[in-house]
Design a protein. Structure first.
Length: 307
């Protein structure tokens, strides 16, 4: 059984999507639709600009979304059977939702752009920091987060894989958590971000995004989309909408989501979009599952030939 998974932020790179657009007419059409929906040349920034131009959250999120959906469209031309399930990491949940047929491409692109803008605004207003904690188990990190709470707001943003958990919150509390992690022989890696994503500090973004998601016309998903917030497969529009709002401030339960898909019979996961961040996480979660990355036509051909 196959599942498609879609990457989140920090999967971008200079020139992303250009090769795919040159190779696939249907992928090129996806980029055009997104450009038209957003009212500016996002694809030109993706294809031609330096990497720094892709860093702002309000650009990075729709760029990764566009590349992911374009790769999915090209893949579907060669693998009509499709997946049994879909999931995405944070932003990637929007890519999964769109590719599962919940929403039209133009409306989904506008929603992703709005999400990026609101998260960037919240970050600018309230600040915050994030850090990856590695070489410690979940229980140890949860204890650290609780203890560091004495210095301010801090929460687990991403349960990524065994031994890799991302924390998020007010800078003093994140710094204290990093110090505590080092004392326990873990490693703390500060992340270059514009806000404390997936923490209570993103509540202003969640509140502002709510009416946009409520107003979105959404259809039932053609295949279940596994929600970040609770690793539950969903097809109903209202359940998916609620999960999309909750994930703005809630933890991304990626390890649990992958394990849920495997428990439900998935034995092959295909990362659709730029980079291979999720593929590496999946291999840390379960070394037995088959993993593919498809971000350009060569990778799509390689995957379909392996079926």
């Amino acid at each position: 059984m196959i599942a498609y998974i879609f990457p989140g932020q920090n999967s971008q790179f200079a020139g992303m999507g250009k090769e795919l657009a040159q190779q696939s007419a249907i992928a090129a059409e996806v980029f055009k639709v997104v450009d038209d929906a957003l009212g500016f040349g996002l694809s030109e920034i993706m294809f031609e600009a330096e990497a720094d131009a892709l860093t702002p959250t309000e650009i990075q999120q729709p760029a990764i979304f566009a590349h992911s959906v374009a790769a999915f469209a090209a893949l579907r031309r060669r693998h009509e059977g499709g997946p049994a399930m879909m999931a995405g990491h944070s932003l990637g949940e929007y890519s999964a939702m769109a590719c599962a047929g919940c929403m039209g491409l133009d409306e989904a692109a506008k929603l992703v752009r709005k999400r990026g803008e609101l998260m960037a605004e919240a970050g600018a207003q309230v600040g915050g920091a994030m850090a990856a904690i590695v070489k410690l188990d979940t229980e140890a990190v949860m204890e650290i987060v609780e203890e560091a709470g004495s210095a301010g707001i801090v929460a687990v943003a991403n349960f990524n894989s065994p031994g890799q958990i991302v924390i998020s919150g007010e800078a003093p509390a994140v710094e204290k958590a990093c110090e505590l992690a080092k004392e326990r022989r873990g490693r703390a890696i500060p992340l270059q971000v514009s806000g404390a994503f997936h923490s209570p500090l993103m509540q202003p973004a969640a509140d502002s995004l709510q009416p946009h998601i409520d107003a979105a016309e959404m259809q039932p998903a053609a295949v279940p989309v596994v929600s970040n917030v609770d690793a539950t497969p969903r097809t109903d529009p209202e359940g998916i909408k609620q999960a999309l709002i909750q994930q703005v401030t809630g933890s991304v339960r990626w390890e649990e989501s992958v394990r849920r898909m495997i428990a439900d019979g998935v034995d092959t996961l295909v990362e659709v979009g730029p980079g291979s961040v999720l593929s590496k996480l999946v291999k840390r979660i379960d070394g037995e599952v088959t993993v593919h990355t498809v971000g350009n036509l060569d990778e799509i051909v390689e995957f379909t030939q392996a079926l």
